[in-house]
Design a binder for this molecule. Structure first.
Ligand code: CAA
Length: 380
């Protein structure tokens, strides 16, 4: 790869690869079936510093850049995309947001344990009627003295069943539209905070996805994240970084599909020769590898631009749009390379297809990414 990595970035990538090989790959299929949350694995990820990778060391983070994060995310997701998304939410959506916009008190109380992996976080923006249309927030937060009282329901919350704290977007002034939305740090033990049933999903099945309901949930005003009215911008800025993480997750799934296809094509014979000798298979492998390389460069570029302190919204959307698309395609092609064996669970590629699909949906659908990209093209 011509994108030049520093020795430290290579070291992080190798560390993640070793952890993925030693601790995740062999057990991923079982977790996919049982839907068991990878508690021990997440604990070990935290010991490696992977739950708060971009958080400064003074707040228990690893103090690394986004490029390192992307490299690690790809390797983790290459072995188990469910672990990938758990890591991604805690890193890009939760710890990044608090580090960037939190008060000193919030950083002490929440960022430190979140970055150390002693707490897990989730990001609560989506609602039953606010998915792509994220400004349509029906959850309300009403000021009451030194508190805000939250009422409403959040949907599709990754990590929601396990998370100790949620970053919750809620409307504080409906008349102001997007500028009337605020962000709060809410602890799961707060009275009025209740977790719904775990969704039975197509893929990324060992990460948990739930709804969270707030019923007269009283949150200290000290837990307002940023200014009142900053919640929507906060969510959008945070999701810009989140999309880079999901692009890296998609990349990991795509690479796993290629890895499996290469291995199988060098073992399976048809018409008297290994199937890797058939041009029909070679073309699939060549296309997969080319698409993966293009997606990797887009993702690293988005991470690099973010690390330079420049605007990266467009780059992040492009990386997610493309990497998620080629992840689904690579998984489909991997099944085709495996033939009938690809359709059964033993060879894992059917899991890669199921895991890949969500990358075109969460943290902004592919259609939303196109809107973001087009708006930048027309404005810049
Ligand atoms: N950075 C900073 N500000 C931004 C921004 C960004 N990336 N994007 C929008 N804004 C600002 C706008 O500038 C605007 O502010 P001003 O009025 O001051 O200019 C304000 O936010 C409202 O923006 P828009 O007018 O563009 O709002 P919109 O209604 O047209 O929506 C959208 C824009 C891009 C479609 C947005 O709603 C969106 O991204 N939707 C998708 C939501 C999403 O990604 N959800 C993911 C849920 S979380 C998740 O999936 C996590 C998980 O489980 C793993």
């Amino acid at each position: 790869m011509n994108f030049s990595l520093t020795e430290e970035q290579k070291m992080i990538r190798d560390m993640a690869r070793k952890f993925a090989d030693d601790e995740l790959r062999k057990t991923a299929a079982k977790r996919d079936q049982t839907q068991e949350f990878p508690k021990e694995e997440v604990k070990k990820l935290a010991e490696l510093g992977f739950m708060g990778m971009m958080v400064p060391e003074e707040y228990n983070g690893a103090g690394l850049d986004t490029v390192s994060y992307v490299l690690a995310m790809e390797e983790i997701s290459r072995a188990d995309a469910s672990v990938g998304v758990i890591m991604s939410v805690n890193n890009s959506l939760v710890t990044w947001g608090i580090n960037e916009y939190g008060t000193e008190e919030q950083k002490e109380k929440y960022l430190k344990p979140l970055a150390a992996g002693e707490m897990l976080g989730c990001f609560a923006l989506s609602e039953p009627e606010a998915g792509s249309d994220a400004t349509n927030q029906n959850t309300v937060a009403v000021r009451d003295g030194e508190h805000y009282v939250l009422n409403g329901t959040k949907n599709w919350i990754t990590n929601g069943a396990t998370a100790d704290v949620a970053l919750v977007m809620a409307t504080t002034d409906r008349s102001k539209g997007a500028k009337g939305i605020s962000a709060f740090i809410v602890e799961k033990d707060t009275p009025g905070y209740s977790i719904g049933k775990k969704e039975d999903k197509l893929g990324i099945r060992s990460s948990d996805t739930v709804s969270i309901a707030f019923e007269d949930c009283k949150v200290s005003a000290a837990n307002l994240l940023g200014e009142e009215g900053f919640g929507f911008k906060f969510a959008m800025k945070t999701l810009d970084g989140g999309r880079i993480g999901i692009a890296a997750q998609a990349l990991g799934i795509a690479q796993a599909s290629l890895d499996a296809s290469l291995k199988y094509s060098k073992e399976r014979k048809a018409f008297g020769v290994l199937i890797s000798e058939h041009q029909a298979i070679q073309f699939k492998l060549a296309d997969m590898a080319t698409n993966i390389q293009a997606a990797r460069l887009l993702t690293l570029d988005a991470a690099y631009v973010k690390d330079q302190g420049k605007s990266y919204s467009k780059q992040a959307a492009m990386a997610k749009l493309y990497a998620s698309k080629i992840a689904v395609e690579a998984a489909l092609e991997a099944i085709q390379v495996h033939g009938g064996y690809g359709y059964i669970k033993e060879y894992n590629v059917e899991r890669f297809l199921r895991d890949s699909k969500i990358t075109e949906i969460y943290e902004g659908t592919s259609e939303i990414q196109r809107i973001v990209i087009a708006r930048h093209l027309l404005k810049d």
